[in-house]
Design a protein around this ligand. Structure first.
Ligand code: NAD
Ligand code: ZN
Ligand code: ZN
Length: 348
């Protein structure tokens, strides 16, 4: 089969020919129905030197996958041939106390995981190919009726990651509260939808792109602000001077982190999801009193079930632009140039 691989660090992806994968005991091969192109893949292509991450290229890209069960390894009884499934992407050891409750993102025995902190498309072969080898049936979540793999694929990361970040801040998102979404791309457009579907917070979206702000408004954002040096002032004035209860930063640069901290309300949450590599100083006077600052990585398997339910019931819906596998490079180019609205999904 043809696969789009990252050949090395600081490299552009290339197409290679691979043997079709076959499952060993407990494993499952999926025929890929959709593989999302995540901005993290651009970071993988450009930002990392050898040794920074605990795994290394070459591997097939695509960590946001859904498809149909194609071949079952010995002993697999949890799924049936032909069944439509979403792939839970972070593959932990499966046995530690975090993995046992589905928090495989924060596996505490990474040495026993197939790729520490990673999964298919992150250290191991991912979904930008016709077939994807999944090391355990526990990573497969059956799609609820009405949900196709091409729509479900982005839900496994662009949906799950903001859902996890928002869910942990639910207590601060009561009626009267304000949530700020910085960066309304693949993750951010779903963050707006998830905030609207699961909380009563007022939503302020911020982006540098006019078309992303138009998407934010269409998805239900109450305000959409062009990111500039007045962003913080505008958020403060829209919140009666208080600031935002929850700021979700889907960029993570020095500039957006500074804005996030400055726009947050006392006792608010500042959640860093974007991995642009920025930092903010934390000292007694640099952030609002009792503000919590956290990074979040992806989400849990139970949360993926919840996200799929939201989508199956029509409460959230990813905006998807599809590309055939041969045009995957074009999808990444358009993503890098800020020309994708919502998510680009490769359909092999
Ligand atoms: P994307 O390219 O689809 O969206 C990013 C958006 O941010 C774009 O709309 C862009 O115009 C906007 N933007 C850029 N600079 C901005 C600025 N200064 N102010 C406001 N908006 C700005 O990317 P994505 O796939 O949604 O990913 C977003 C980030 O999240 C990336 O850094 C990605 O690597 C990271 N990510 C993190 C996790 C995690 O688990 N923490 C998971 C997936 C992706
Ligand atoms: Zn991702
Ligand atoms: Zn584990």
């Amino acid at each position: 089969m043809r696969a789009l691989q990252l050949p090395g660090w600081k490299s552009d992806p290339v197409f290679v020919e691979l043997e079709d994968p076959h499952p060993g005991p407990g494993e499952v091969v999926i025929r890929v129905g959709g593989a999302g192109a995540c901005h993290s893949d651009l970071h993988l292509m450009h930002d990392f030197d050898a040794g920074v991450l605990p795994w290394a290229p070459p591997f097939t890209l695509g960590h946001e996958n859904a498809g149909w069960v194609h071949e079952l390894g010995a002993g697999v009884t949890e799924v049936q041939l032909g069944q439509a499934v979403a792939v839970y992407g972070p593959w932990g050891c499966g046995a530690c106390s975090r993995c046992r409750v589905g928090i495989e993102t924060y596996c505490e025995n990474p040495a026993a995981a197939p790729a520490p902190g990673g999964g298919g498309g992150l250290g191991l072969d991912g979904g930008m190919a016709e077939y994807l080898l999944v090391p355990s049936a526990r990573h497969l979540v059956p799609l609820p009726p009405g949900l196709e793999p091409v729509t479900a694929a982005p839900l496994t990361d662009a949906g799950l990651t903001p859902y996890h970040a928002i869910r942990r801040s639910w207590p601060k998102l009561a009626p009267g509260s304000t949530a700020v979404v910085i960066g309304v791309g693949g993750l951010g457009h779903l963050a707006v939808q998830i905030l609207k579907a699961t909380t009563a917070a007022r939503v302020i979206a911020v982006d540098v792109r006019g078309d992303a702000l138009a998407v934010a408004i269409e998805e239900g954002a109450d305000e959409a602000l062009t990111a500039d040096d007045r962003t913080v002032e505008t958020i403060r004035s829209l919140t009666g001077g208080h600031g935002a209860d929850v700021v979700l930063d889907f960029v993570g640069s020095d500039v957006t982190l500074q804005q996030s901290a400055a726009a947050a309300r006392m006792m608010g949450d500042i959640t860093i999801v974007g991995i642009a590599g920025g930092s903010i100083p934390v000292s007694f006077f640099s952030v609002p009193y009792e503000a919590s600052i956290q990074t979040t990585y992806w989400g849990t398997r139970p949360e993926l079930v919840e996200v799929l339910d939201l989508a199956a019931r029509g409460l959230i819906r990813p905006r998807v632009t599809t590309f055939p596998l041969a045009d995957a490079g074009k999808a990444y180019d358009e993503l890098a140039q800020g020309r994708i609205q919502g998510r680009a999904v490769i359909v092999p």
